[in-house]
Each structure stands twice: as structure tokens, then as C-alpha cells.
Write a protein that binds this ligand. Structure first.
Ligand code: SF4
Length: 219
């Protein structure tokens, strides 16, 4: 169990799975870079961030719920948690101002078109684990909603995904405790990374440091 002071943001887990260097640049060096993609992502999250609660038949929708898991050492805010009504005999959670029992179903907004991204699945699974810990219930599924295609991808929280989430949260904590940013490794995914221009993965990979690259460039 992690103490409250050591909790890290849920979104950092997605960064860590995508690239540990990206997580370190954000969390250790406070390096952020806005591009069209991240701006679009912020706009999507802002729309989900109203805090409003909706009620539609056997569905309740809560927005911007604060979450935390002391076991994973993570905290953050959901875009949406749907609560689906269960049969009376089923095990679920009670909701204020609503009869019956309900099952939480987290939904995370992402930019772009429908696709599977391991980093996003892990982030969503971490939200589910937070809900399970806070509400003492089970959360077997959630969904990723892709803004451009306006379609959602259901995600089942399998044993493998839960293990990957545990490992990612532990790895993120180790990275932050170690306190050093790992060197870049240029891969195809770097072209999608908003930190590309600051990270310089092509020029600082391997033994070439950023300082040496700059010295060579200036010379
Ligand atoms: S550009 Fe590549 S190496 Fe650098 S932070 Fe992004 S994904 Fe990681």
C-alpha cells in the first residue's frame, strides 16, 4: 500500500506504458508540449468534465469522479462512470437516490479513431481497480470512446490486463523513485509523440547525449 503523499496520476500510467522516457520527461522534468492532438484530447476531456449526473432508465452516468487506489499508488479523475442496473439478487453497489444495485463501468475519452492501444487499456483498467478498491465491488468491463470516429471499444479487464496494470503502476513508481530520465529509443511510435521535438529521439539515441548533439550542431 502506498501512502497518500506518494500517489501518482492515473494518466502517468498510460505514459509509462507508451514510453517510460515520456513518463519521466513529464513527471521528473516537467516537460510538456502541446500539439494539435493533445489540444483535441483536452477539449474532449473538458466536455466530459462537467461533473453532471445523468439518469436514463437503468443507466446512471457520473462525470469527473475522483478516484484513487492505495494498492496501485494512483489517483485521478474519470471522464465518465456509467452505473448499469443489475438484477436485485446480484452483487453490486448501492447508489444515493436510486433503488436496486448497480455495476460501475468506466469510460475514458480518447482522441482519434477507434483502435486498440495497450497504454489506454491499462489506464482504463487502473480506473476500474480504483473503483473496485473504493466501492468494494467488481468491475469486469469498461470502454474507450474515440472522439473522431465517435465509437467506443469495450475493454474486458482480464487477468492478463490486470497483471499488466499492476506491473505498469509498480514500474512507474520505481521510475519516479529512481529519479533519472531514461535515454530515448527511437521507434515508430515516436512520430505520434507530442514530445518528439523536445526528446530528439533520433539524435540522442544510443551513446549520443543531447548536450553532445547540441555541441556538434553549434560547431
Ligand atoms: S519521442 Fe519517442 S523516445 Fe521520446 S518520449 Fe516520445 S515516445 Fe519516448
Amino acid at each position: 500500500m502506498y501512502p497518500e503523499d506518494d500517489l501518482l496520476p492515473l494518466s502517468a500510467v498510460a505514459d509509462f506504458v507508451f514510453c517510460p522516457r515520456r513518463a519521466a520527461l513529464h513527471r521528473l522534468e516537467q516537460v510538456w508540449q502541446e500539439n494539435a492532438a493533445t489540444a483535441e484530447g483536452h477539449a474532449l476531456h473538458a466536455r466530459a468534465d462537467s461533473g453532471a449526473v445523468e439518469s436514463r432508465g437503468d443507466l446512471r452516468i457520473a462525470r469527473a469522479l475522483l478516484l484513487r487506489s492505495l494498492r496501485l499508488g494512483l489517483t485521478g479523475k474519470t471522464d465518465i462512470v456509467e452505473f448499469h442496473r443489475l438484477p436485485e439478487c446480484a452483487a453490486g453497489v448501492k447508489l444515493p437516490y436510486a433503488s436496486g444495485v448497480w455495476r460501475p463501468f468506466p469510460v475514458e475519452y480518447k482522441r482519434g479513431i477507434l483502435r486498440h492501444e495497450e497504454a489506454y487499456a491499462v489506464q482504463l483498467c487502473a480506473q476500474a481497480i480504483c473503483l473496485e478498491e473504493m466501492l468494494q465491488t467488481t468491475v469486469p468491463e469498461g470502454a474507450l470512446f474515440y472522439g473522431l470516429s465517435k465509437r467506443r471499444l469495450d475493454v474486458t479487464f482480464t487477468e492478463n490486463l490486470r497483471r499488466a496494470t499492476d506491473e505498469a503502476a509498480a514500474g512507474l513508481h520505481e521510475l519516479i523513485a529512481f529519479g533519472k530520465t531514461p535515454p530515448p529509443i527511437y521507434e515508430k511510435k515516436c512520430t505520434k509523440c507530442s514530445l518528439f521535438d523536445l526528446c530528439l529521439p533520433k539524435t540522442t539515441s544510443g551513446k549520443r547525449s543531447a548536450v553532445r548533439y547540441l555541441a556538434e550542431a553549434l560547431a
